[in-house]
Each structure stands twice: as structure tokens, then as C-alpha cells.
Ligand binder design. Structure first.
Ligand code: SAM
Length: 296
């Protein structure tokens, strides 16, 4: 088996030979600890029956671990300077394809249909670029791709928001969005020291398992997320005071304070509560009531 890319010496050697300089704007922090890579692939429970989508292979440190354990890897990399490096480092593996594309622009469903449809399970495994963590995760979840799970490394603070429970400071619209689509837990805590260059913040690896069914019944998903975002708009304000500024898509008429008060009363939800105390089920109930009462 070829030597691991993810050691300090091998990484420096590869970067130097190719004259590569890191672009902070692309979130380029490369892993240099093989133990972390073992833990990430272990958390993904990979087998040769799995196809893996990786986002941001960098110089291939994680990719080669994925290639050794999974059946097929498709990796999206935005930085064209990394393509010749990946050509070289991933040369021993014939089950990896690198696509030079911004993941936020990519038609991932089309790619899955064309390249990965023969696989029983498709997983996302990635050390994400931290400047776009949330848009990437939301895109992958909202596109309703046939993904089994996502095992992703991201900044600790954002990870904590994704797993947060009602009543905690970190709980917010991101927690609700992630937990609406997936069962999520922290698989691993990762210190700054295992990257070059070291990022400013510590990291975590999360595992998100797709829920087969949504945890709550929602009349209109877009409206549900609008209600959630509005409820959290000003965290110091009460639920009632945030909700009176509810913008009303889907043709709903503008709501008065009395409309919101009556709806909260109907759902037996105290308007003086803060949004962070409401469970997903309560948000579902509230958005369904608003939708049913005020839909034109
Ligand atoms: N996987 C490598 C590792 O663990 O060492 C590198 C991870 S590094 C944190 C993030 C990678 O994502 C970089 O290679 C960067 O160029 C790439 N990247 C940044 N933005 C991207 C985007 N929008 N689409 C695809 N790749 C992106």
C-alpha cells in the first residue's frame, strides 16, 4: 500500500514540488494526521458496496483512505491548481474520479444517476471548506439526494449548532433544519494541530444519518423554514415579537399582531417564550396552524 499522504513531511514535499500556496479564501486546511483519517472513514462505516462523494479533496489525504475502503469515489474540487497534484497522488487508485467544479453549482443528482446508480448506498465524506459549510450541507440535504449519510468535518461551533437541543444557546434554525432531515451526532473532536496550515478554530466530525421519514408532518416546508427563521431573527425578542414581522410568501396575507396571538393561543404556545425553547414538533404545529388559518 502506498505511503499515506497525510503526514507533515509527505504533504510538505508534495506542496513544495508543485509550488502550491494555500488559498485561505477557499478554506484550504489540509489534514496531516493519518489517525484522524482512520477515524473519519471508520465513522462512515465504509465497505466496497458504498459509493462516496467527497467535497474538496485537496491533495487527496482523505480521498486515498476512502479509495481503500469504499467501492467508488467522486470528488468535487474547485481549485484547478490541485488537479495535477491529485492526478499524481491518487494515481495508485482506479476507483476515484475528480470533478473540477464548485459543489454549490454542481448537479449532484445528475452525477449520481450517471455514475453511481449501481451502488447500494451513497455516502458523503468530507473535510469541508469552512467558509461554505452551511450552504453545502443545506444544499445536500434539501436537494433530497439518495444519500445514506454524511460524515463531515467542520468548525466546532457550527457543529455544535447542528446537534444542539431546544433550550441550549446553540439551538437555532440550523439545528432545526439539520435535525428535520437527519439524525445527527458528534463522531469525533479534532484539534487545530492536525492541519496545515492550522485553522483558527477547533473542529468536529459529525455523522448525519438521513431520516427515512420527516420527524413531523408539515403542510408547507418552505413556509415552515420561514417561520423558524423569523422566530429566531432577534434572539432576545419573544416569539410573538419576532413572529409579527413574519414575511408572508406563498400568497399569505400580511399578519397582524392579533392574528399571531390568536394562532399561538390556538396551539397553546406561550408567545412570551423565546424561539430557542420550542421543539421541532412545536414549530411544525405553529407553522401548520398559521398556514391553515391564513393561506388565501
Ligand atoms: N480533503 C482535504 C484534506 O482533508 O486534507 C482538503 C480539505 S480543505 C478543508 C477544503 C477543500 O475544499 C480544499 O481543497 C478547497 O480547495 C476545496 N473547496 C473549497 N471550496 C469548494 C467548493 N465550493 N467546491 C468544491 N471544493 C471546494
Amino acid at each position: 500500500m502506498p505511503k499515506d499522504i497525510a503526514t507533515y513531511t509527505r504533504t510538505q514535499d508534495i506542496l513544495k514540488r508543485h509550488g502550491f500556496s494555500f488559498k485561505k479564501s477557499l478554506g484550504q486546511n489540509f489534514l496531516i494526521d493519518p489517525n484522524i483519517l482512520h477515524s473519519i472513514t471508520k465513522a462512515a462505516e465504509l465497505s466496497k458496496d458504498d459509493a462516496v462523494i467527497e467535497i474538496g479533496p485537496g491533495i487527496g489525504a482523505l480521498t486515498e483512505h476512502l479509495a481503500r475502503t469504499a467501492g467508488q469515489i467522486v470528488a468535487y474540487e474547485i481549485d484547478n491548481r490541485l488537479l495535477p497534484i491529485l492526478d499524481e497522488t491518487l494515481q495508485p487508485y482506479d476507483n476515484v474520479e475528480v470533478i473540477h467544479e464548485d459543489i454549490l453549482e454542481a448537479d449532484v443528482l445528475k452525477m449520481i444517476t450517471e455514475k453511481l446508480s449501481s451502488y447500494k448506498t451513497i455516502k458523503v465524506v468530507a473535510n469541508l471548506p469552512y467558509y461554505v459549510t452551511t450552504p453545502i450541507v443545506m444544499k445536500l440535504l434539501q436537494a433530497r439526494l439518495p444519500l445514506d449519510c454524511l460524515v463531515i468535518m467542520l468548525q466546532k461551533e457550527v457543529g455544535e449548532r447542528m446537534v444542539a437541543s431546544p433550550g441550549s444557546k446553540a439551538y437555532g434554525s440550523l439545528s432545526i433544519a439539520v435535525q428535520y432531515y437527519t439524525d445527527v451526532h458528534v463522531a469525533l473532536k479534532v484539534p487545530k494541530t492536525v492541519f496545515v496550515p492550522a485553522p483558527q478554530v477547533d473542529s468536529v466530525v459529525l455523522r448525519l444519518d438521513r431520516k427515512l421519514e420527516p420527524p413531523v408532518t408539515i403542510r408547507d416546508e418552505n413556509f415552515f423554514f420561514t417561520v423558524v427563521r423569523t422566530a429566531f431573527a432577534k434572539r432576545r425578542k419573544t416569539l410573538l415579537n419576532n413572529l409579527i414581522s413574519l414575511s408572508v410568501p406563498n400568497g399569505l396575507p400580511a399578519l397582524s399582531k392579533a392574528d399571531v396571538q390568536d394562532t399561538l393561543a390556538l396551539g397553546a404556545i406561550d408567545g412570551s417564550r423565546r424561539a430557542e425553547t420550542l421543539s421541532i414538533a412545536e414549530f411544525a404545529q405553529l407553522s401548520n396552524l398559521l398556514y391553515e388559518r391564513f393561506r388565501p
